[in-house]
Design a binder for this molecule. Structure first.
Ligand code: OFO
Length: 169
């Protein structure tokens, strides 16, 4: 049996992942308003991926016979500044999510809940990828600086991100 405490933490994580989707969607809308269509596409795809993450937690709660509680989703910001600001915010957010996943793993281990521990390992690996991807884009943007040609090229590159159904989300 899954504990009430573990269930509460998993329900909180559904909310964290839904907020992640909301945040990336808001970033995408902002990038679109600035004319960065490729960046907007990349962020939109990320928002879809976060919905899949939320769904994984949702399905797991049900699979364990738990009750899903959908908590209120907080409002994300509207303005995100420069492209570098956007991706630095994305990286900071992913670091926060990594902290949450680590907390969930610690809780599962304290409770000797091996099934939940095992379920969470996919997210442990996923967070390494999420942080590495965001760091890569931040580094590229720092190198590019104000070079419009570089920004144009990066925008085009980010616009080619495949949809979550065809990549390993
Ligand atoms: Fe769900 O990984 Fe990003 O936030």
């Amino acid at each position: 049996m899954i504990s009430d405490n573990m269930l509460e933490e998993l329900n909180k994580q559904v909310n964290e992942e839904l907020y992640s989707a909301y945040l990336y969607q808001a970033m995408s809308a902002y990038a679109n308003s600035k004319g960065y269509r490729g960046v907007a596409h990349w962020l939109d795809t990320q928002a879809q991926e976060e919905m899949i993450h939320a769904r994984k937690f949702y399905d797991y709660i049900l699979e364990r016979g738990g009750r899903v509680r959908l908590l209120g989703i907080k409002e994300p910001p509207v303005d995100f500044g420069t492209l570098l600001d956007i991706f630095e915010a994305a990286l900071a957010h992913e670091e926060h999510i990594t902290g949450r996943i680590n907390h969930l793993v610690n809780t599962a281990r304290e409770e000797r809940d091996h099934a939940t521990d095992n379920f969470l390992q996919w997210f442990v690996a996923e967070q390494v990828e999420e942080e590495s991807t965001a760091t890569g884009i931040v580094d590229q943007l720092k190198l590019i600086g104000d070079n419009m040609g570089g920004i144009f090229q990066l925008d085009r590159e980010l616009g080619t991100r495949p949809s979550p159904s065809t990549e390993s989300e």
